[in-house]
Design a protein around this ligand. Structure first.
Ligand code: G6P
Ligand code: BGC
Ligand code: BGC
Length: 954
């Protein structure tokens, strides 16, 4: 029945075709000759089954039945491939129940080697090769450099260490490390180590990995559920001989994949068959549910050893597999591995041989203590014995040493058993690899896949026949995949060093990032100091002493009492938008109609006359649109700049802020300037009643709903606060009863240098580039006009250090105001964080890695967190002042808030509230977001003024 071309065989026929390497006729063809082998056996030895040796036909049946069990058909292999693929995709999707049979563990390795990695690294390999660990010294010389042979040493791990307390195992590893390094002319300081830990782990970073469960002959206590990197660090510290920084932990499959010979790769699959078996591969990050990533790839450790879909594995598992599993350290676990891993193949052969001996088929029905003791046949024995050429002699030698006497054809039978177990392992491994290849086809939507698979582990290194059976079977199961198998270099040691180099680079970058952001991380003491300094500045400002807080009286003495009525015009200038509003105050509430107008930069920074003429143009346009032309409604003007008020309708502009710089305004009465502009415009009559700061407008607007609202807070383009102060404390205004709303102008807090200890070089850069350097220090650390710029300067700094964007500066990022503060709100939004970062930064012409994206997110978080905490420290100072003013044990007060940054940033408001709770624990503070802005507040102030004026006339 010689058949050449494989594909046209029917499944049944190909099932028959189980080629043994080296062109041996198919194993099964021997089945009919197995019977005849039997006749030549010896009678009556100790440990022999005396009663009725089976007759020749029975014994061949027995052998056939044994070997038949190890036969895995093509159909079964395809079922295993399909089921494993199903489990892989289920686990990738994050579907927890039913628990998928494989774990699909992200490894934080996001790219195959660049080849740029350089440096000397120590590599510690634990778990890949069973009862031994290996230490290597690997020197990477980057792209230009030639490959340097690593120095390595293997240490046998005593069985009691593999089964004892975890601390003992890690101390043993640390001891081996020192012993290895003692022999090398290396420094004792600053060594960087890559830890190849070949067990299933949940990784939460390149250097943080929690052991899920031991496999392969290990079962140390106190390690599962713990971070194995920390355990190694602690052991190295206890050893105390070397200061070694463990910068990366990788699974041996990853080391194998990353250790692919440069120039032949990149390998995108790492396949290990040593004592255990597993594979990793580069998956599209967007397909990994647990990762919040939509671009790039991530290496996934499949952990296929735990594949145990009883449906498809059940028929393949033999009685010997069940027996081996029952005796193993982890019964019921790693069932797939126990059919493939080198730790188990010898034991499977032993169990079959013992079974056949006890059934009188082999060794004359005699066993021996060695044959009956677990682990007495090792992988290398199996490989040697099955070797078609020298195998028979080895069989005799090995089994003689096990105290067994060989029958004439026993050697051949033993070879069949070895071949059956070995071949099944290779075919099952092929089915699993074919599942990974199918996953890669799905993941990359490629029908035809060309891929390089790095192979590692002693089964590959020592027994080439394993690879050829595997290769053949993969071609059968995945004919559309063009797979090249690349033996990994130095057993993956070099690959681990590659990952360590990447991790070392990232760790160095992380340290530089932490150093850069550390000044933004304010602790309780620093914030309490800001609160105290602000409190001191408030008191000085109220008493008219030198202070960076001007504490400007606003002539608003009361918050609305709800009796206000009428129609009012309101203007709202100074925020993101300039608005004109018609505010109708009735018993039923307040109805607002408004229109947003823009203030072009050339107007905001032009002449005062031009600015106010523009404002009147907008008012006239609004009146026309609202059919109010010719009506002279009382007008309230929210003018969000520092003004010394001499009365409700008199406000001398002290200085512009927030990018405004219109000439001939500072030192002028803004209401006059407006009235002059109205005067310049014929046929317009407006009755300007009040000028209020946006903080006051916001307080009044929220106070209309909640009378406890006695503080106004703006965190928008600029920032500021006002509050109801006891008139007796306001030196500038006569009277000592009642209250006066004070516009703190806290944007200028620290202009006297009192905040210099908190100012960073980035704050200085932003200040120097602003149109009012040295001014508005507090504002420039908090408000929307500046946070984006602070972030941009930090990104430029980190890029110059090579930490970000591979050190590539781009023109765009050097452009002022290109990084909008709203980007912070978008980037810090919980839902789409990393994707947002990517979109925003790619729009700025920056190509970035996922690590870059994470670092940009952290920069934004640090800058906005500092801003919110400083703002919270300010509010704490204000509410504490009110509480002490009133000699209260506890104060309940509301704060009316407005401003784009406060409203749109996902965490700003909660960080402010948390800081206030921390720094003013005796104040119960409610933050009320103003819905209608301060225009409504200006109208209410106007309404109160009109009511008071009417009462005065009555
Ligand atoms: C609202 C208020 C304005 C205030 C502004 C501040 O719009 O009505 O009076 O100036 O908030 O926030 P912004 O983010 O616009 O600067
Ligand atoms: C472990 C894997 C490892 C494989 C090969 C298995 O027992 O669970 O993490 O990659 O052995 O060493
Ligand atoms: C101004 C304040 C204003 C704040 C919020 C600051 O720049 O000086 O008057 O309240 O911005 O808009």
């Amino acid at each position: 029945m010689p058949h050449t071309e494989r594909e046209e065989l029917t499944p049944e026929e190909s099932d028959q075709l189980l080629l043994l390497p080296g062109g041996h006729p198919p194993l099964w063809n021997h089945m009919d000759s197995i019977g005849s082998v039997r006749l030549r056996q010896r009678e009556g030895a100790p440990g022999c089954s005396q009663e009725g040796l089976p007759c020749p036909s029975d014994s061949s049946e027995l052998v056939l039945e044994c070997l038949q069990q190890f036969k895995v058909t093509e159909t079964q292999l395809r079922q295993i491939q399909a089921s494993l693929l199903g489990s892989m995709e289920q686990a990738l999707g994050g579907q927890a129940s039913p628990a998928s049979a494989v774990q699909m563990l992200p490894t934080y390795v996001g790219s195959t080697p660049h080849g740029t990695e350089q440096g000397d690294f120590v590599v510690l390999e634990l778990g890949a090769t069973g009862a031994s660990l290996r230490v290597l010294w690997v020197t990477l010389l980057g792209i230009e450099g030639h490959r340097m042979e690593p120095r390595s040493q293997e240490f046998v791990i005593p069985p009691e260490v593999m089964l004892g307390p975890g601390q003992q195992l890690f101390d043993f590893a640390a001891h081996c490390l020192s012993e290895f390094l003692d022999a090398l002319p290396v420094d004792k300081e600053g060594l960087q180590l890559g830890f190849s830990f070949s067990f299933p782990c949940h990784q939460t970073g390149l250097d943080r990995s929690t052991l899920i469960s031991w496999t392969k002959g290990f079962r140390c206590s106190g390690v599962e559920g713990h971070d194995v990197v920390q355990l190694l660090r602690d052991a190295i510290k206890r050893q105390g001989a070397y200061s070694i920084d463990v910068v990366a932990v990788v699974n041996d499959t990853v080391g194998t994949m990353m250790g692919c010979e440069p120039g032949v790769g990149p390998c995108e699959v790492g396949l290990v068959v040593d004592t255990g078996t597993n594979a990793c591969y580069m998956e599209e990050a967007r397909h990994v549910a647990v990762l919040d990533e939509d671009r790039g790839r991530v290496c996934i450790s499949v952990e296929w050893g735990s594949f145990s879909d009883d449906g498809v594995l059940g028929p393949v598992l033999t009685t010997f597999d069940h027996a081996l599993d029952r005796e193993s350290l982890n019964p019921g676990a790693q069932r797939f591995e126990k059919m493939i891993g080198g730790l188990y193949l010898g034991e499977l052969v032993r169990l079959v041989l013992a079974h056949l001996a006890q059934r009188g088929v082999l060794f004359g029905g005699c066993t021996s203590p060695a044959l009956l003791s677990r682990g007495s046949i090792l992988l290398e024995h199996v490989a040697e014995m099955k070797d078609p050429l020298a195998g028979a002699a080895r069989v005799h030698a090995i089994l003689r040493d096990m105290g067994l006497s060989m029958g004439a054809s026993d050697a051949e039978l033993v070879q069949y058993v070895c071949a059956a177990v070995f071949t099944r392992a290779a075919r099952l491994c092929a089915a699993a690899l074919a599942a990974v290849l199918a996953r890669l086809q799905h993941s990359r939507e490629q029908q035809v896949l060309q891929i390089a698979v790095a192979t590692g582990g002693r089964v590959f290194e020592r027994y080439p026949s394993f690879l050829s059976i595997l290769q053949e079977t993969v071609m059968l199961l995945a004919p559309e995949c063009d797979v090249s198998f690349i033996p990994s270099v130095d057993g993956g040691g070099r690959g681990v060093a590659m990952v360590t180099a990447v991790a070392a680079r990232l760790a160095a970058h992380r340290r530089l990032l932490e150093e850069t952001l550390a000044p933004f991380r304010l602790d309780h003491e620093q914030l309490a100091a800001v609160r105290a300094q602000m409190r001191e500045a408030m008191v000085k400002g109220l008493q008219g002493e030198a202070s960076s807080l001007r504490m400007l009286p606003t002539y608003v003495r009361a918050t609305p009492d709800g009796t206000e009525r009428g129609d009012f015009l309101a203007l709202d200038l100074g925020g993101t938008n300039f608005r004109v509003l018609l505010v109708r105050v009735t018993a039923g509430g307040v109805k607002i109609t408004s229109q947003v107008y823009s203030i072009p930069e050339y107007v905001a920074q032009g002449s005062g006359q031009q600015l106010f003429d523009h404002i009147v143009d907008c008012i006239v346009d609004f009146q026309q649109k609202q059919g109010l032309s010719g009506q002279s409604l009382p007008l309230g003007f929210t003018f969000s700049f520092p003004c010394r008020q001499l009365g409700l309708d008199q406000g001398i502009l002290l200085n512009w802020t927030k990018g405004f710089n219109a000439s001939d305004c500072e030192g002028q009465d803004i209401v006059c300037l407006l009235r002059e502009a109205i005067g310049r415009r014929q046929a317009v009559e407006l009755n300007v009643v009040a000028i209020v700061n946006d903080t006051v407008g916001t307080m009044m607007s929220c106070g209309y709903e909640d009378p406890r609202c006695e503080v106004g807070l703006i965190v928008g383009t600029g920032t500021n606060a006002c509050y109801m102060e006891e008139l007796q404390n306001v030196a500038a205004v006569p009277g000592d009863s009642g209250h006066m709303c004070i516009n703190m102008e806290w944007g200028a807090f620290g202009d006297d240098g009192s905040l210099d200890s908190l100012r960073t070089c980035f704050d200085a850069n932003v200040d120097q580039a602003s149109i009012n350097p040295g001014k508005q220090s507090f504002e420039k650390m908090i408000s929307g006009m500046y946070l984006g710029e602070i972030v941009r300067h930090i990104l430029l700094h980190l890029t110059s250090l090579g930490v970000l964007f591979r050190g590539q500066q781009t023109q765009r990022l050097q452009t002022r105001d290109i990084f909008k503060t709203k980007f912070l709100s978008e980037i810090e939004s919980d839902s789409l964080a990393l994707r947002q970062v990517r979109t925003i930064l790619e729009d700025l012409g920056l190509s970035l890695t996922s690590d870059d994206a994470l670092m940009v997110l952290e920069v934004c978080q640090a800058v906005s967190q500092r801003a919110a905490q400083l703002c919270g420290a300010g509010v704490a100072a204000v509410v504490e002042k009110i509480r002490e003013n009133r000699g209260l044990e506890e104060l309940t007060v509301s704060v009316g808030v407005d401003g784009t940054l406060y409203k749109l940033h996902p965490h700003f408001s909660s960080l402010v509230a948390a800081t206030v709770r921390e720094l003013a624990p005796r104040c119960v503070v409610t933050f009320l977001q103003s819905e209608d802005g301060s225009g409504k507040g200006a109208a209410l102030v106007t309404a109160v003024a009109c009511r008071l004026a009417q009462m005065a006339h009555v």
